[in-house]
Each structure stands twice: as C-alpha cells, then as structure tokens.
Design a binder for this molecule. Structure first.
Ligand code: HEM
Length: 422
C-alpha cells in the first residue's frame, strides 16, 4: 500500500502559508511535512514586514494550547492585528484567557454538553432527512450548496430556538463573517479593500452589525417569552456569576453564527469527498446501524482528514524558548492544527484515510487548552447524521465536475462539489 492515498493532495513544499490564495489549491501538506521535519518552530515573514512563529508538531501544539499564561489569546486568534481598542470591542470568548474565559465558558457550556446536544438528535435528523431528500431527488447536485451549506446553521437554530425560516439569512451572514477573505461570500474582502470602517465589529465585517441586530431581537423575544432553548439559558441570571452583558451576548451569538456554520459544512463536504473514491467504505458505512461504533470512528477520521480550522493564533506574553528558538514577548505564534493532524509521530500512516482508525486524538477541534471547540459534540453529531441520512437514500455517489476551494488561510474547505447519485 502506498503511504499516500491517491486522492490526497500534498501540494507545494514551499508554499506561502500566509497567502489566502495558497489554500485555493488545497492545504499545502508538503510544506507542513517539511516544517515538521526540518524546522518545527519556524519563523515566517509576512509581507508587511512582520512575521510569526509556525508551530507544526502535534506535541508542541498541545504544549502551546495548554500554556495560556505564556501563549495568550487576548491579542487575537487570527493573523490579522487588532488594536487594544478593537480587541475590546470585537472580542469574543475566543479572545480571552482564564479567568475571564472561564467565566464566559461556564455560562455557555451547559448548552453544548454531549448529553444536551444528543437530546436534539431527532430534530436534527429530521432536518437532515428533509434537506438530503430534496437534493437526492435532483439526481445531480452540488453537495455543498444543496446539502452541507443548508444544514449546520439550521441545526444550530434548533438549539437556539430561532425560526427555521431565518436559517438561510443566517447562513449568508455566517458566510460573510468567516468567508471574509473570499469574494464569493462577501463584498468586503478584508485583504482586497479598505474595511477600516468596520474595524470595531467582529470579523471586520458589516455582516456582524446585522447579526448583532438579530441577536438583540432574539434576546428581546426570549426575555418576553422565555423558552427551553439556549438563548433563554444564556440570558438567565446565574447563581455562579454575573449573566452575560448585552455586548457579551451579541458577541457570543455572532461567534456561534460564524463558528458553527462553515466549519461543519466543510467537514461534511470533506467527508463525502473522501468517501467518493472509496466505495468499499461507503458500503461498510451503509451496512452499519446508526448507533454503530464505526460511525464514531469514521466521523473522527473525517475530522482529522479535513482539519478545516487550519490554525489558531496565540501571542507570547513573555520571552520563552521552544526547541532552541527564542520567542519574544509580543511575537505571534500560530498553532497549525492541520499540521498536527498529519504528524507521523502521533498518527500511524497519517496520509491514509481510515474510517476504522482507533485512538484518533485529532486536533480538528483544538486539543489540550481551555478553548477546545465548544461545538465539538454538536458538530460530530451533525456530520454523522447528515452522512447517515444521505447514505441511506443512495446506492452510490460520484463526482461529476470540478471542485473549488475557499480562499482563506484560516478555514480550508471545498466550496463546490458537483455529484450525481446512483
Ligand atoms: C467540524 C466543525 C468544527 C470545527 C472543525 C471547529 C473547530 C474549532 C477550533 C479548532 C476551535 C479552537 C480551539 C482552540 O483554540 O483550542 C474552536 C473553537 C470554538 N468553536 Fe468550533 N469547530 C466546529 C464546529 C463548531 C460548532 C458547530 C460550534 C457551535 C456551537 C462551534 C463553536 C465554537 C466556539 C464557541 C469556540 C470558542 C471556544 C472557546 O474559546 O472557549 N464550533 N472550534
């Protein structure tokens, strides 16, 4: 067996990791492989004269994630620099460190536990079945626009108690937030035009203003008519601390709309894309009941294989040495989850897609630190249920056109995948 699966794109081994365009050709895995081997704590220059440390080994990424005192999230989690004033106004839970982070996280985490999320499985499955049925009836369709784009936001809406008919609009808003570097998703491409006017709102995007408005109206409705959903829970007074302030609620809602939307979409899509050329695995999954262990391992392998959140940034709070390199206070440090997930010191045969992989401690949701993805259980369930509902309705599936990929150095994903159903 070859060490690299036939459909796996290794890419350029000296790619510019900062360029959004690089990722339209796929994640440059060969560059990460070289860095892991030759220079795992590597200084990378940026065009504007600044630069950052790229951390590419699995173990080092965990060490950085864990040590939030040395590697802070307060100065931002993306490469883009923010002034302290912008950070204050735009900051979500992601841009805080403990103990501030602990308070916010405690307030919201109850809504996203495994048990809580599983209580929504039936509703989520119904939604998935509906969307998949409509797409499959067409015979040929774009898996991304017709299925994967439709579902995550509507699924999140079930937990939040937002009306189903608002789903499409929230998807559009979510797209312009995280897709703020791709002209297909926004008219305000951050690195191609002056977005200074929006520097005080999340993602430097006018869409965030609309999300704020929407959050405000939903909050007002819940205050008047409290329900069982997560929004009601977030607004309620708590015994273990102050409730969220209005700005915190708006920022958190915006964070959810951004974080839950395209990450899950691109993971589902990456999963189907991997399965397309592996009919034997489709057959195995079709034969597995919904609650079979194989579905759990398959979804985790899809998460590892796609690793859609390529990196998160931290900023060094003090001078620190790593693998002989002198990281200075104030330096940007990028932890490349997408590289850690293919580190051969952690994963046997990492370039091989294996739905039965065991001990798959991937870092698609982060690992080891306080910011581990809040939506991990929800996302896992969404991917599993969507694939289950699709595979139940088809005998086979094939790609019938070219794929295209998102223009972003932050989120990697296939944004169009034309398929035909057998
Ligand atoms: C497959 C889909 C998803 C992937 C790959 C993903 C990935 C990630 C990653 C890598 C982080 C940062 C981890 C760290 O810094 O240690 C994160 C944080 C976060 N994610 Fe997700 N995510 C996904 C889906 C979701 C969903 C569905 C939600 C909605 C509830 C969500 C909400 C969040 C939030 C709120 C945070 C910030 C947590 C914090 O700062 O404490 N994510 N996610």
């Amino acid at each position: 067996m070859s060490l690299i699966d036939a459909d796996f794109v290794m890419g350029d081994d000296h790619a510019d990791l900062t360029s959004h365009d690089t990722y339209t050709k796929g994640v440059p895995h060969a560059t990460f492989a070289r860095l892991r081997k030759e220079d795992p704590v590597s200084w990378i220059d940026e065009e504007d004269g600044s630069g950052f440390w790229a951390i590419t080994k699995y173990r080092d990424i965990i060490d950085v994630s864990r040590d939030y005192e040395t590697f802070s999230s307060r100065m931002g989690i993306r490469l883009e620099e923010m002034t302290p004033e912008e950070t204050e106004a735009r900051g979500t839970m992601m841009e805080t460190d403990p103990p501030d982070h602990t308070r916010l996280r405690r307030l919201v985490s109850k809504g996203f536990t495994r048990r809580k999320v599983e209580s929504y499985e039936e509703q989520i499955r119904e939604l998935a079945a509906d969307v998949v049925e409509t797409a499959v009836a067409k015979g040929e369709f774009d898996f991304v626009t017709d299925v994967a784009t439709q579902l995550p936001m509507k699924m999140l809406g079930k937990l939040m108690g937002t009306p189903d008919e608002d789903g499409d609009h929230l998807v559009e808003l979510g797209d312009s937030l995280l897709g703020n570097t791709d002209p297909e998703f926004t008219d305000f491409v951050v690195d191609q035009m002056d977005t200074d006017e929006y520097r005080m709102v999340p993602f430097r995007s006018p869409a965030a203003i609309e999300v704020f408005e929407y959050a405000r109206s939903q909050a007002a409705a819940r205050r008047e008519h409290p329900t069982e959903d997560i929004i009601t829970q977030l607004l309620a007074d708590t015994t273990d601390g102050d409730p969220l302030t209005e700005l915190e609620f708006n920022n958190f809602f915006t964070l959810l709309v951004a974080a839950a939307n395209d990450t899950t979409r691109y993971t589902m899509t990456g999963g189907i894309h991997a399965l397309l050329s592996r009919p034997d695995m489709i057959a195995k999954l079709k034969a597995a009941p919904d609650d079979d262990e194989r579905w759990i391992t398959a979804v985790d392998e899809i998460l590892r294989w796609t690793s859609v959140t390529t990196h998160f940034r931290r900023t060094a709070s003090v001078d620190v040495e790593m693998r002989g390199k002198q990281i200075k206070a104030g330096d940007k440090v990028l932890i490349y989850f997408v590289s850690g997930d293919f580190d051969a010191d952690q994963f046997e045969n990492p370039y091989h897609f294996n739905i039965d992989r065991v001990s798959n401690d991937h870092m698609a949701f982060g690992r080891g630190g306080p910011h581990l993805c809040l939506g991990a259980w929800l996302a896992r369930m969404e991917v599993r249920v969507t694939l289950q509902e699709l595979l139940k309705r088809i005998d086979g599936i094939e790609q019938v056109g070219d794929i295209s990929r998102l223009r972003s150095n932050f989120i990697a994903g296939i944004k169009h995948l034309p398929v035909a159903i057998r």
